[in-house]
Design a protein around this ligand. Structure first.
Ligand code: T3D
Length: 278
């Protein structure tokens, strides 16, 4: 862990399990937390300690009111190759169902449930549950060399970690079916074309691009941002009337917060707002 403001969520989350702590890094710079999957020799494939550490980090970052945006990325040439398949072959490995229930599903719920928007900065291949993790984030941007592979079918499994729910919502039923049944890699340019990512940048520009986006989100009023995240996450699960009612309720809450008054004052004063959250 490095960085000027390391010490909040990151310090609390580290030290529990030093190996897992090294495999999932968290840096907090200002109001942005960057979580890095860090097993580059195995393309950041996920082990049990890594998943437990990732879940703990998400919980702590999510509860840290000083963190207003989160970036999830991978070290080395991959974003994440999904489940560590070698660990799965070890004697005593938990059943697949147990692994999903105890670890993968809570991670997805945490990504969706924390108040801060999470940006997946897809630096390389995102395969299996690694792709699913990216799909569960609020925003996805990719390096030119990034790609998505729904590799589950190749090893006799079904898509998991939320992919059957997230992927059709992101790219539509037809594209999702091709991706899961054919398992062809979808490169960054194609991912941009089909709406799976919102930006593609050169590999050496990805971290800065993600940090810049996160900083812009972190400058917003955190309460309104959290309500917006929740509303977008529910968008495909309610009808127009329900969405209108939810917007009215959320807007009443956001509008009653001092950050809205600050936003109005800043507009009139022709200055940048200083949102305090809380
Ligand atoms: O508990 C549960 O199982 C339930 C949850 C399941 C969710 C899942 O994620 S299932 C899907 C698991 N993931 C995959 O099936 C992807 C497996 N990996 C690949 O298909 C390929 O590695 C990639 C397409 C991602 C990249 O290919 P390539 O040619 O660029 O790299 P590589 O040579 O295959 O891999 C480089 C190294 O990473 C290699 O190690 P080595 O031989 O140099 O020591 C390889 O074994 C390792 N690696 C890659 N993926 C995994 C992995 N090691 C363990 N597990 C992996 N998933």
């Amino acid at each position: 862990m490095t960085g000027p403001d390391v010490g909040r969520a990151s310090a609390r989350a580290s030290g529990r399990n030093s190996e897992a702590a090294a495999d999932v890094l968290v840096e907090v710079h200002g109001a942005v937390a960057t979580i890095t999957l860090n097993r580059p020799a195995a393309l950041n494939a996920l082990t049990i300690p890594m998943k437990e550490r990732l879940l703990a980090v998400l919980g702590e970052v999510g509860a840290d009111a000083t963190v207003r945006a989160v970036v999830l990325t991978g070290a080395g040439r991959a974003f994440c190759a999904g489940q560590d398949l070698k660990e799965r072959l070890e004697p005593g490995a938990p059943s697949l169902g147990e692994e999903l229930t105890l670890r993968y599903n809570p991670i997805v719920r945490a990504l969706r449930g924390i108040p801060q928007p999470v940006i997946a900065a897809v630096n390389g291949v995102a395969a299996g549950a690694g792709a699913s993790l990216a799909f569960a984030c609020d925003l996805r941007i990719a390096a030119e060399g990034g790609s998505f592979v729904l590799a589950f079918g190749q090893i006799g499994l079904v898509p998991d970690t939320g992919a059957t729910w997230t992927l059709p919502r992101l790219v539509g039923a037809a594209r999702a079916a091709e991706m899961v049944f054919l398992s062809d890699a979808v490169g960054a340019a194609e991912a941009l074309r089909i709406g799976l990512v919102s930006r593609v940048v050169a590999g050496d520009a990805l971290a800065a691009e993600a940090a810049g986006m996160a900083a812009r989100i972190a400058a917003l009023a955190p309460g309104a941002t959290a309500l917006t995240k929740r509303a977008l996450a529910a968008a495909f699960d309610r009808d127009l009337d329900a969405a209108l009612e939810a917007e009215a309720e959320a807007q009443a809450s956001a509008g009653a917060h001092p950050d809205h008054a600050e936003g109005l004052a800043a507009f009139v004063d022709k200055r940048s707002p200083r949102f305090r959250g809380g």
